[in-house]
Design a protein around this ligand. Structure first.
Ligand code: CA2
Length: 144
């Protein structure tokens, strides 16, 4: 099974600021966790991070016909991007939305997710472990 893991703007800054909200782990720690989970679950992972909305849209389109699942943390674009929502709908690949923080317990604007409307599941507030949960969920439910 092939899974694309997508991370949106500023997630490459994890661990550098705001450890109270996002924890002390860095983006490199996240990449290590993804590799470890991929090995355990015997899945192939492609990971991509971008600070640019169009680049994230391009990568979702790239996944069409190549990937069997998507794990996506659109970060700030979660709450604004109809373009990412449309791309996820266009490729129709089972996608799981992940948020490191519990967005429901934060500002009201973070409780709106456009991308989530095209996702089969949302995991929020589980820290980096949410990404591993998302990979396992896709493997358990969409492995052919
Ligand atoms: O909780 C999440 O995973 C978020 O998607 C993270 C986004 C935020 O805009 C969403 O509402 C929830 C922020 C990405 C990372 O932001 C940083 C800010 C300061 C320092 C390091 C990362």
């Amino acid at each position: 099974m092939k899974i694309l893991v997508l991370n949106g703007p500023n997630l490459n800054m994890l661990g550098i600021r705001e450890p109270g909200i996002y924890g002390k782990n860095t983006f490199s720690d996240l990449l290590a966790l993804l590799e470890e989970t991929a090995k355990e679950e015997n899945v192939e992972l492609e990971q991509y991070q971008s600070n640019h909305e169009g680049c994230l849209v391009d990568k979702i389109q790239w996944a069409y016909g190549k990937m069997d699942g998507i794990v996506i943390n659109p970060a700030g674009y979660t709450h604004t991007s109809v373009a990412i929502l449309d791309a996820l709908k266009a490729v129709s690949i089972p996608a799981v939305e992940v948020h490191i923080s519990d967005v429901d317990a934060r500002e009201p604007f973070r409780q709106i997710s456009y991308a989530g409307l095209a996702c089969v599941k949302t995991i929020k507030g589980h820290g980096l472990a949410g990404y591993a949960e998302a990979i396992r969920f896709l493997k358990e439910n969409y492995y052919k």
